[in-house]
Design a protein around this ligand. Structure first.
Ligand code: 4FV
Length: 262
């Protein structure tokens, strides 16, 4: 998979590309990555990439000419790549989109700065607009790194044996179960016994239950979007009956009886 970033700050990327799983994926040829400086496509001696907005107002807009030539060059180098503009106006980035993008041959990231890019670039040179969240950044560079990171780890071979994308949070619209490692007792806090039992069926059951309860407590919206397996339905029903028992047995005597108890 080929990543090309179009930016006026190419120096931001080597630290990201030269560390960790991204570095290893580049070394193993799983991905390739390069940065193109949009300023190299300017024609004035000040290498100007921005100008005042038509219609007035504050801030500056990225000029279309240098961007258009930079995109044409990137596309010539990577013809099967998809050109993506990082913008708050884009479709929300999530694990689904990461899985989708991890299947394409290449991505060309257009990293805006200032107030954004001239609209004619969006109209004629952009295949996809993606937003990493409903907030405004000073530039699209960090957003492109987030997408490169989430997509790279989904490429076959990128995650060595010690990691796996299969049990990712969100991969099945649930949050991951809790993780523990040595020491068994950390400042008085013990690792759950089941994880020390060696009983993998019980461990799997515990992990599923903890990821369901965490999702229920922290991101119930995810559960609402997700089909539940018979086993998961069974777990949720057990919780309901436990909660029902608590309500039945723990209600304070003089508290007015739960509704419906005329
Ligand atoms: C952004 C986002 C983002 C907007 C103006 C760059 C900045 C500046 N990109 N998700 N949120 N971009 O805020 O992707 O040009």
């Amino acid at each position: 998979m080929e990543f090309t970033v179009l930016t006026i700050f190419p120096e931001m990327f080597p630290p990201f590309w030269e560390n960790g799983i991204i570095r290893r994926a580049i070394e193993q040829g799983i991905i390739s990555a390069s940065a193109i400086n949009i300023r190299d496509f300017t024609t004035d001696r000040h290498r100007t990439t921005d100008d005042r907005p038509y219609g007035g107002g504050c801030g500056m807009v990225m000029k279309p000419e240098p961007l258009a030539d930079a995109i044409r060059t990137a596309r010539a180098n990577a013809p099967s790549s998809k050109t993506v503009l990082m913008t708050p106006q884009g479709r929300p980035f999530n694990q689904r989109v990461a899985e989708e993008l991890s299947l394409v041959e290449g991505l060309i990231f257009v990293c805006g700065r200032y107030e954004g890019v001239d609209e004619r670039i969006c109209r004629h040179f952009i295949d996809d607009e993606i937003s990493i969240g409903d907030y405004v950044l000073t530039g699209g560079e960090l957003a492109s790194m987030i997408i490169m990171d989430a997509v790279t780890r989904l490429r076959p071979g990128a995650l060595g044996g010690e990691e796996s994308a299969a049990r990712d949070s969100f991969s099945e619209n649930v949050l991951e179960h809790a993780h523990y490692t040595r020491p068994r007792n950390f400042e008085g806090d013990e690792v759950p016994d089941v994880l020390l039992s060696g009983n993998h069926r019980e461990i799997e059951k515990w992990r599923l239950e903890t990821s369901l309860i965490r999702t229920f407590l922290k991101r119930p919206d995810l559960l609402r979007e997700r089909p539940l397996s018979p086993h998961e339905i069974n777990i949720l029903k057990n919780w309901c009956s436990d909660i029902e028992t608590i309500i039945q047995t723990r209600s304070l005597p003089d508290a007015d009886p739960p509704s419906g108890g005329q």
